[in-house]
Design a protein around this ligand. Sequence first.
Ligand code: NAI
Ligand code: MG
Length: 502
Amino acid sequence: MAAAAPAIDPRLGADALSFVNSRHQLYIDGKFTASSNGKTFAVYNPATGEEICQVPEADHVDVDRAVHAARRAFDSGPWPAMLPSKRGQLMQRLAELLEQHTDEFAELESLDNGKPVSVARVADVPLAVDLFRYMSGWSTKTLGSTIPLSAGNDYLSYTVREPIGVVAQIIPWNFPLLMAAWKLGPALATGCTVILKLAEQTPLTGLRLAQLIDQAGFPPGVVNVLTGFGEPCGAPLAAHDRVDKVAFTGSTEVGKLIAKTATGNLKKVTLELGGKSPAIIFPDADMDAAIAGAASAIFFNQGQCCCAGSRLFAHESVFDKVIDGMSNIAAKIKIGPGLDPATELGPLVSEEQFDRVTGFLKSGKDQGAKVNAGGNRSGDRGYFVQPTVLSDVQPGMKVVDEEIFGPVVVAQSFATDADLDRLAAQANDTIYGLAASIWTRDISAAHKMARRIKAGTVWVNCHNVFDAALPFGGYKQSGWGREMGAEVLNNYTEVKAVTVKL
Ligand code: NAI
Ligand code: MG
């Protein structure tokens, strides 16, 4: 274990501080335990780059332990057999506990990820609470159907939906608690058991959530929580032949590796991957709302959103106005440590992400992009990057083609004579298909455009609106399957058709 003295933000509340300073452990089979190799790794504060604590470094041995626990809880434990209403009650209890600890979770998330605590308090934590509440209702509603057969009237056929089994869930660092909730909610509602691997950059809220899961009274082995790195921990989990399904959120690169490795036992796979989502501003839009909305679409969460509005298209007649407006907003955003209540934009999550995003800024400038706002790091400590508006860009440039995952928007104009098909072709000119926003007062243009967009989510006159009831996921290389809503249940259940000759 490293000897570095933890440097902890003085704004952290007593509960969060006491958790950070406690001994962190894996959660396997209903017990808190060290990693079997005894190793730990450091968690860093992205506002300063300093270490805040150590957490266990799980490897394939711990993966095995966790998979066996989840297997037992599924195959012979009480979980799939538990009355659906009772499963729902446990999820309600978890939601209640989480809600009671809203401030603590918001502070931990802010310390660990860098995001503004004011945002975590009104978005990350309440959305996670809501997700558990919404999904708890599905525990009593995973219904099958009765089906009339053309083979004859003397048959009774019906379908049942059964839990898929043991599920490996691998999540990223951009919304650590919320991604845990998106993943756990549908698995628990349908009666699956879970091994959840947290992102190595941001393990704190997931480890705290494990304590609440324990406190809520879920049976041992139903949820197992691991902290560890991608290759030594995530890879053996995704490849494990006693796992029935893997659900992953993260980079497209790792998503493809997981799809390949899953072929070993043909486990089911869902993937929620990258994006390069367009925000399209028509000349008749409410300009103030569109400009503020397009700025928030890219700067929210420091741009570290898979559905960030990272490619802006504005009609040529309003292009300059939009660029000026967004640049003014960018220049005024209050940048600071997440735990400062006045902060609007925090640091990026890690040194690696900081290097990646500043590398994109350099590449954009080198390839001739015009910097209208930002363009550099902010300050000389921590992983802060200025909100940046680039124009004079076109497809073929790295900043246009690739996901940056930082507060950097690339802006292109479209011509007066561009019809909707041509505009849609421009907007769809990406390997991704996660989301899009359309800004217009013309109801018919909005719906026509929505039809033409190849993406799992289309927002009109808004962006980044999430709800537990709304399915979310990607077309093309943005992924496989959907999270949330009724849709996600299909990805956590098998369908069985039963036919009786009467
Ligand atoms: P990543 O895909 O490497 O990490 C996401 C999760 O996958 C983490 O829990 C990590 O430990 C795990 N992982 C890494 N390698 C693995 C492997 N071989 N097998 C199984 N699990 C593995 O993403 P990273 O490196 O943190 O970020 C790189 C880029 O990915 C970002 O710049 C961004 O473009 C994109 N990204 C997209 C996210 C989304 O919400 N769709 C979230 C995070 C990153
Ligand atoms: Mg990676």
